[in-house]
Design a protein around this ligand. Structure first.
Ligand code: DQA
Length: 148
């Protein structure tokens, strides 16, 4: 059972970027957390990918269908704009969980719209980077129950 964690623009600046919203941990801490939480949830491997470019997210989702059982995705600002990422998620039809570090529903109204969430079976928001651990648990349970 293998998971791909995709992070969109500016997530590489974790720890530097608006720490009151996104916390003090950096991107390498996030990768470590995902690998640990993924192993605890029963994944044999968790790969983490970050890019600032929309098309590279589309490419990663398309390629995921050959090697991964599910996707954790924080599309960052593209959450609120990207029909291309929504379409890619729907095209590959892998189970996906959307994660947001901050509580997007309590922020500006434009952050309360999620295109990409329409292709995800669950969403975790406002739990800081720990939200990725919960998302991996949700994905593991989903994969185990759908294979029963
Ligand atoms: C974010 C929320 C988005 O609105 C924002 O553009 C981000 C990060 C989050 O993780 O809270 O870049 O996805």
């Amino acid at each position: 059972m293998q998971a791909l964690v995709i992070n969109g623009p500016n997530i590489n600046l974790l720890g530097i970027r608006e720490p009151e919203l996104y916390g003090n941990k950096d991107y390498s801490d996030l990768v470590e957390l995902c690998q640990q939480a993924g192993a605890e949830a029963g994944f044999s491997a968790v790969s983490c990918f970050q890019t600032n470019h929309e098309g590279e997210i589309v490419d990663a989702i398309q390629e995921a269908r050959f090697s991964f059982d599910g996707i954790i995705i924080n599309p960052a600002a593209y959450t609120h704009t990207s029909i291309a990422i929504l379409d890619a998620l729907q095209a590959v039809n892998l189970p996906a969980v959307e994660v947001h570090i901050s509580d997007v529903d309590a922020r500006e109204s434009f952050r309360q719209i999620s295109y990409t969430g329409k292709a995800c079976f669950a969403r975790v928001a406002g739990e800081g980077i720990q939200g990725y651990a919960r998302a991996l648990q949700l994905l593991a349970v989903h994969l185990k129950t759908s294979h029963e």
